[in-house]
Design a protein around this ligand. Structure first.
Ligand SMILES: [Zn+2]
Length: 285
């Protein structure tokens, strides 16, 4: 089914392609974790999960939509809000150039895409992050689109599902990027008040400002195996506390053991798990 989707050329959102971006030329893919050589057809049919060691490779926005939603059901919202360089920020290159390069590389306008879709015929409201776009970082536009999506869930009484893939705040927007944590969190508080179901799906990596705001405020929080989940990264923590960290620190399985999330779900069961949660926990208002 995944392969069928890949081969289709439709005018819908899916046809915006880039699905092959992460697949090297030729018929074989090497697993980055165990170095197993895998036939690329098997790799795609297994949703970019290693058949030997279970390594979950990152998926882009288009692949996420194909994995998670009913075919052809996704309708993008707020697609025309785009970032600009409000501070005239320049690190190794100007922020405006970074934005343009990210847009060209990903065929996306921002690091988050929001929209309406269905999952096993249940209507949902989606927030999907794409790590390829400046590390899935949250600036003013990501914060605005996420907040609008949350408010749309309240207005339309639709369960909200977010797929997180982020390195945190977008430093090129300075303090403005940090404001987005409070803005999105307060919107989630309103969602909670309205008793609208919110499910977070944490993928690799789910860190810093996004995890510390709307990324970890779900009624149910599930993660993909092996995903890095935490605020500061392990290296920074190790340097600060000057102690060796336990094995598997900040991995999905570790944070599950310590009660921070509700479940670790392998990719091929993600859609059916979310659908089951929707059927169990959501009653149309
Ligand atoms: Zn592997």
């Amino acid at each position: 089914m995944f392969m069928d989707w890949l081969n289709k050329k439709k005018e819908s959102i899916e046809s915006k392609k880039s699905i092959f971006n992460n697949i090297p030329d030729g018929l074989w893919v090497k697993c980055p974790q165990c170095n197993q050589i895998i036939y690329s057809k098997d790799w795609l049919e297994n949703y970019k999960v290693c058949i030997k060691c279970g390594f979950h490779s990152q998926l882009n926005f288009y692949e996420r939509i194909a994995l998670l939603t009913d075919e052809g059901s996704f309708k993008e919202t707020d697609e025309n809000i785009i970032s600009f360089d409000i501070l005239g920020f320049h690190d190794t290159k100007p922020y405006s150039q970074r934005l343009m390069e990210a847009q060209l590389e990903t065929n996306l306008k921002e690091a988050v895409i929001t929209g309406l879709a269905s999952i096993e015929k249940i209507p949902v409201n989606l927030i999907v992050m794409d790590f390829r776009f400046i590390g899935g970082s949250m600036g003013s536009v990501v914060g605005e689109k996420v907040t609008r999506a949350i408010e749309r869930s309240i207005d339309m009484k639709l369960p909200l599902i977010s797929v997180i893939a982020s390195g945190g705040a977008r430093m090129q927007e300075g303090l403005i990027s940090l404001f987005q944590m409070a803005k999105t969190s307060s919107a989630i508080a309103r969602l909670d008040k309205e008793k609208i179901l919110y499910i977070c799906i944490l993928t690799h990596p789910s860190t810093a400002g996004v995890l510390a705001s709307f990324g970890s405020l779900g009624d149910v929080i599930i993660a993909e195996p092996g995903a890095l989940i935490g605020f500061a990264g392990p290296r920074v923590i190790e340097q600060t506390i000057k102690q060796k960290l336990p094995a598997g620190f900040q991995k999905a399985e570790f944070v599950l053991q310590h009660g921070m999330i509700d479940a670790v779900v392998e990719r091929k069961k993600l859609k059916s798990t979310v659908a089951l949660l929707l059927r169990l926990l959501w009653r149309k208002k």
